[in-house]
Design a protein around this ligand. Structure first.
Ligand code: ZN
Ligand code: ZN
Length: 380
């Protein structure tokens, strides 16, 4: 049992409250990670807003990195002192989906045991299976991947935003060299889908966003072209850029329904739309099936980039080390845990790529270096 500080959600749509809560020790198959950095993802905000329901009080946060400081019985391949990322991919390893190489869709029905208790003695809901808006987490060993000496602010992005975008392009879409790709939304996930398309060898990588400045951002991450989403008929611009055919792949990185409305119109014959961003529950879009039937087009989802963490995280780290994948440039704001509501407001404004809460030696105010070294030793 350890007393830690956490940002607790007591009511949907209201600011999180920083409170002292109790973290239990890791049970069999679990590890404790002392967090160094956690990024704010739009999925956290969807939960905070009540867009996906769920119980309260809850602690969210799922894009985290830190140091292993506790190991439960039966954990293999992890040692205290290792720097790891903490993801929401909790995989049993033995169900049909895990055995088919899709741990993000693990169909094990095992419940996620709570790990935090509030000051009033009630268990807190472990939001997104991590509860990482807190100084420490206890999670299943499958949720943790060793990232070597990677600095914590870059590392935490590998827990959600980076694999969600890169994986959607490489794993789900399986982009082939020479194909044409549209990425709708040039934020934290969209920029990584653009990086994935570049790594996969796409010919045209066309960013679409409402903000002209984000289209410029997109070019620095590998987009070859930009189209404003506010254009009255954006499909005309997409066709002009793709030899009249349209795109082989359209990756929708945002949850906004107008983006899903337009996406199918951007496709080439046999092209596919990928739902990567997560709309709120109950949001709907309508399509004309005859068009899909006549063109061989389709739509499919991509959760967390269908990443296989132990396979994909190491090569993403390797490409970063070679300068072939950007991570540092994704972080546009650094905050302390006490500033989390300001950091969330800044993320809502749409200006940020990623806002990161830094737990040790952070410089307050949202900008500037946080003063963490990659090899920083942590006291037990
Ligand atoms: Zn996320
Ligand atoms: Zn499974």
């Amino acid at each position: 049992m350890t007393l830690i500080r956490a940002a607790v959600c007591h009511a949907f749509g209201e600011p999180l409250k920083i409170e002292e809560v109790t973290l239990r020790a890791p049970a069999a198959g679990e590890v404790e990670v002392t967090l160094e950095a956690v990024a704010i993802c739009h999925s956290d905000i969807s939960y905070i807003d009540g867009g996906w329901g769920g119980g309260l009080p809850a602690v969210y946060g799922h894009e985290a990195a830190g140091i292993v400081t506790g190991i439960g019985p039966g954990v293999t391949g992890l040692e205290a002192g290792a720097r790891v990322i903490v993801t929401l991919i909790r995989a049993c390893g033995t169900c049909v989906d895990c055995a088919s190489g899709a741990p993000v869709y693990c169909s094990s029905a095992a419940p996620v045991p709570p790990s935090l208790t509030g000051a009033d003695g009630r268990a807190l809901v472990k939001g997104l299976k991590c509860a990482a808006f807190a100084e420490k987490v206890v999670v299943d060993q499958s949720q943790v991947v060793d990232v070597g000496g990677l600095a914590p602010e870059a590392a935490c992005l590998l827990a959600c935003g980076v694999p969600t975008g890169v994986g959607a392009a490489v794993n789900t879409a399986g982009i082939r060299p020479g194909q044409n790709v549209v990425v709708i939304g040039a934020g934290g996930v969209g920029l990584n889908a653009i990086q994935g398309a570049r790594i996969a060898g796409a010919a045209r990588i066309i960013a679409m966003d409402l903000e002209p400045s984000k289209l410029e951002d997109a070019r620095t991450f590998g987009a070859t072209d930009g189209v404003l989403a506010s254009e009255p008929k954006p499909w005309k611009a997409i066709r002009a850029l793709t030899g009249g055919r349209g795109a082989d792949h359209v990756l929708v990185s945002v949850g906004a329904i107008p983006a899903y409305d337009v996406a199918m119109r951007l496709l080439a014959p046999k092209g596919t739309v990928y739902a990567v961003g997560m709309p709120h529950s109950g949001d709907t879009v309508s399509y004309e099936p005859v068009i899909i039937a006549a063109t061989g087009q389709g739509m499919r989802g991509s959760l967390m980039g269908e990443v296989v963490p132990k396979r994909d995280i190491p090569w993403i780290v390797e490409l970063y080390g070679q300068g072939r994948l950007k991570l540092d440039e994704l972080v546009t704001g650094r905050w302390t845990l006490d500033q989390i509501n300001e950091a969330i407001a800044d993320t809502r404004s749409g200006k940020a790529r990623r806002n990161v809460i830094v737990f040790r030696g952070a410089s307050p105010g949202g900008t500037g270096p946080a003063g963490l070294a990659a090899d920083q030793a942590l006291p037990g």
